[in-house]
Write a protein that binds this ligand. Structure first.
Ligand code: GLN
Length: 492
């Protein structure tokens, strides 16, 4: 079994241990596989384990290192969210529709990490088609929060966040369309970054809402996220929305110096919707940044209260178009004995998709239909611009924007499932960042009633470095990101 020092080691520390041969990637990989074996029955965070392949890849990484090749990530184990296509490995997207789908190619993110020598341990559970904030919509069952197994881990990258928090891998991937990296990172006490739209290729990521989806790293620290971000970022000619921007070495940009950094605090994010104890924790994190030399400035994002309504027109509209391909003919689930073509479509989609996905398809189809297109879809596009403009003007006077990542801590299973709007409110602080295409991260900011709280930092377009650096400063000055759930007690 992997010892606790290794379990809490950062990527840099693991790299050091691998380089000096104090541990091999094969040993590390076996240790994490055992950990998954031990804990997954309790958490349901991982849907596919690739034990054999992982051990083979680890030995190859060890050989690379022996030859003096490789880089910081070579031989580091990782889990992918099950939304990333992995060649030859089942990719379900949390859905019955894709229960048996085996992609013929790797997503660019997967391919880049593979090329870096990262070892894939398996695939993480997630909300079906990344629609949800609690991981309760997965066809493969809910994921449990390692801090309290009666509570949700957040979503949709809840499997990734829970696995990371429970020490099943030192690095995991996530995707974020409206908050799906930051909100589960907040609820599970880990660091998660949604990059600027276009920074990371979407090729091979199963599409939800194409103008909002972005992949990003989740890890135990901002520094570890920086390492992964460098590896996955950059132009991909296979994705026409991927940006042709130079990719810095994000890790070497972590100077820890934030003196003079102007941090905007939107009044709209610190209002009565925010749990008072969460607010106190977020404020104490901001006070730490102030002590380190940053300056806190009150700002306004006057249209932020339209973000949820805007997102829940645009995201379902895009989803309804993206999910039209699951027709029972070309991809995925097909119903038994269809009477005719219409019956084939109807039953394959009714049986293959869960309730939340069907709700989104209905809402999206409605918003795009001839009579309602202008009233809903077009109007929402206009409001999206106004929301983006709010950020643009705020960034004239501040360098980054800070607020909570989620309105509260992890909630019990079932608490919001019957009320879609209550669930949609979970992303009240994260959605606007996707609408504006900006980078945002969540970093741990202490506990409320024993459950993690996240501080969200939002950056200017393509300025991931500044928010990573501020989170890094906070992680140098506090131990919040080091807090671990006592999940072993549950399985003893
Ligand atoms: N919770 C939001 C939704 O259900 C965001 C999901 C996401 O970012 N993938 O749409």
């Amino acid at each position: 079994m992997i010892d606790s020092a290794l379990l809490n080691a950062s990527v840099s520390e693991l790299h050091q241990l691998l380089t000096t041969r104090q541990v091999s990637s094969a040993e590390l990989t076996k240790g994490y596989l055992e950990r998954i074996d031990l804990l997954n029955g309790k958490l349901n965070a991982v849907v596919t384990v690739c034990a054999e392949q992982a051990i083979e890849d680890a030995s190859r990484a060890d050989e690379r290192r022996t030859r003096g090749e490789g880089n910081i990530l070579t031989g580091i184990p990782l889990l992918h969210k099950d939304i990333f296509c992995t060649q030859g490995v089942t990719t379900t997207c949390g859905s019955r529709m894709l229960e048996h789908f085996v992609p013929a190619y790797d997503a660019t993110v997967v391919a880049r990490l593979k090329a870096a020598g990262v070892v894939m341990l398996g695939k993480c559970n997630m909300d079906e088609f990344a629609m949800g904030s609690s991981n309760e919509t997965s066809f493969f069952g809910a994921v449990k929060n390692p801090w309290d197994t009666n509570c949700v881990p957040g979503g949709s990258s809840g499997g990734s966040a829970a696995a990371l928090a429970a020490g099943m891998a030192p690095l995991v991937t996530g995707t974020d369309t409206g908050g799906s990296i930051r909100q589960p990172a907040s609820l599970c006490g880990v660091t998660g970054l949604k990059p600027t739209y276009g920074r990371v290729s979407r090729l091979g990521i199963i599409a939800f809402a194409s103008s909002l989806d972005q992949a990003g790293p989740m890890a135990r620290s901002a520094a570890d996220c920086a390492h992964m971000l460098t590896a996955i970022s950059g132009l991909d000619t296979g994705d026409s929305t991927s940006a042709d921007r130079a990719v810095p070495d994000f890790f070497s940009e972590l100077t820890g110096d934030i003196s003079g950094l102007r941090i905007g605090m939107p009044r709209e994010y610190f209002n009565d919707d925010l749990d008072s104890e969460v607010r106190a924790q977020v404020m104490s994190a901001l006070t730490e940044l102030e002590k380190a030399g940053a300056q806190l400035v009150d700002i306004d994002l006057p249209h932020s209260h339209y973000a949820i309504a805007t997102y829940y027109v645009l995201a379902p509209a895009e989803a309804s178009a993206n999910l039209a391909r699951y027709d029972g003919v070309r991809f995925g689930y097909r119903c038994a004995d269809p009477a005719d073509l219409e019956d084939l479509y109807f039953r394959s989609r009714s049986e293959g998709f869960g309730e939340e996905v069907q709700r989104r398809i209905l809402v999206g189809t409605y918003a795009l239909s001839a009579g309602f297109y202008d009233a809903y879809f077009n109007k929402a596009q206009q409001v999206r611009r106004v929301i983006s403009d709010d950020f643009r003007s705020a960034f004239q006077s501040v360098d980054i924007i800070a607020g909570p990542s989620a309105p509260g801590v992890a909630f019990p299973f079932g608490a919001k499932q019957q009320d879609p709007v209550a669930m949609y409110m979970e992303d009240i602080y994260t959605l606007a960042v996707n609408l504006a295409g900006l980078p945002g991260l969540s970093t741990p900011a202490g506990l409320v009633n024993g459950m993690p709280v996240g501080l969200q930092l939002i950056g200017k377009p393509f300025d991931e470095s500044t928010i990573l650096n501020a989170a890094h400063r906070l992680q140098l000055d506090t131990d919040w990101h080091r807090a671990r759930p006592a999940i072993e007690d549950h399985v003893a």
